[in-house]
Ligand binder design. Structure first.
Ligand SMILES: Cc1ncc(COP(=O)(O)O)c(C=O)c1O
Length: 371
């Protein structure tokens, strides 16, 4: 029996989501210096876990940033500029936006962040010659704050929860003419930009499908904050992909809003408290993500900082550059596999092929010295 809070929904594998053409990969390929991230095989860990293979999608370096978030921020910013400049989504390229950015009327990009998303938005501002102002909650490391500032952005520290920082960013953005809020979570009336961020994230799923080879994919493990990345993974694997894996979401026990929502069968906010998994420290699932998470996730599990820190060290010892949000996936997989009935219900066997999405490198969010 596992002691980790878990929710199981094995039937989710057969749920299907209608997909439309996604132009984000074409745009990403047009960004100077863009290349796909690696998919790393870890046979020793697979053996330890009693599964057929373990691969890590390694997002520790995307366009020189130590996390996957630039995939979403870049496409959302491109779509916003595209709308202002009258460029159709199929025709969006980095150079088309950059050359015309000054004609867009956009003067400021605003976001709230636990670290990585804000840095990615600030980087897009730097690329396009547009200012950025970023709101942060408590618990963001000094290194992460300095990294956002190194992109030329102004950082506002709220010392409150992530949800509070999002509210602050929204009110601020509404008060400045020419400002655009680039937020990676959605609520009623704010849907387009988060939807474009989700489309942008799907580039990493398309890459996994091309990189995995003959084994195929039986399980994908996703670290979850507001659930926009999980939204992208569900949309892809219940939609356009030729693979139909079980999809497992992992959250910190102190911020398990998706696990709680699944248990209650309704989108639910939870009180949060600090965790080393700063990027996952969110109290409310994204509104647009919730129906897909509810229908398409096969399992959800929550883990503590201690298990996460062990997993981070293990991944780094196996040559994978991983920070706490990435390490959460290995910790979550271990928690899930320690539960015999979960293994059985999800059909995970000694032949199963598992992919972990390692969403950040160590540099993005180093382990505190107490771990
Ligand atoms: C490194 C990292 N991994 C995972 C996530 C979770 O993504 P989402 O909030 O879309 O669930 C975040 C979010 O900030 C993050 O920074």
């Amino acid at each position: 029996m596992s002691s980790f809070p878990t929710f199981l929904h094995p039937e989710a594998k057969s749920w299907r989501h209608e997909s439309t053409k996604n132009w984000a990969p074409k745009f990403h390929a047009s960004i100077p210096g863009f290349s796909e991230s690696s998919l790393i095989s870890l046979p020793e860990l697979a053996h330890e876990l009693g599964i057929g293979s373990l691969h890590v999608k390694n997002e520790s370096s995307r366009l020189d940033l130590p996390a996957f978030k630039i995939l979403g921020a870049s496409w959302a910013v491109a779509r916003v500029y595209g709308e202002r400049l009258g460029i159709a989504e199929a025709d969006l390229t980095f150079s088309a936006i950059k050359e015309n950015a000054s004609k867009s009327g956009i003067t400021l990009l605003v976001a709230a962040t636990d670290g990585n998303h804000g840095r990615a938005v600030a980087r897009m501002g730097k690329y396009l010659g547009c200012k950025a102002e970023i709101f942060i909650p408590y618990g963001v490391s000094p290194e992460a704050i300095a990294a956002i500032e190194s992109e030329g952005a102004i950082v506002h520290r709220t010392e409150e929860s992530y949800d509070f920082a999002v509210d602050k960013a929204k009110v601020f953005s509404d008060s400045v003419s020419g400002a655009v809020l680039i937020q990676d979570t959605s609520w009623e009336g704010y849907e387009d930009i988060p939807a474009w961020i989700v489309e942008g994230y799907q580039t990493l799923c398309s890459e996994i499908d091309e990189q995995i080879g003959a084994s195929g994919i039986d399980v994908v493990v996703i670290p979850v904050g507001v659930g926009s990345l999980a939204h992208a993974v569900v949309a892809h694997y219940r939609g356009a992909s030729k693979f139909y894996p079980a999809l497992v979401c992992v959250e910190p026990t102190v911020a398990a809003c998706v696990l709680e929502s699944l248990h209650r069968d309704e989108r639910t906010s939870v009180e949060t408290s600090p965790t080393i998994m700063a990027g996952l420290n969110c109290g409310t699932p994204s509104e647009a993500a919730w129906p897909l998470l509810r229908n398409g996730l096969s399992a959800a599990v929550s883990i503590g900082d201690q298990e996460c820190a062990v997993a981070v060290k293990d991944l780094n010892a196996h040559g994978v550059d991983s920070g706490p949000c990435g390490g959460a996936t290995l910790a979550g997989l271990r928690a899930l596999l320690s539960n015999e009935s979960a293994r059985k219900e999800l059909g995970i066997t000694s032949g199963s092929h598992v992919v972990l999405i390692n969403t950040e490198g160590f540099q993005a969010n180093p382990l505190p010295s107490t771990f």
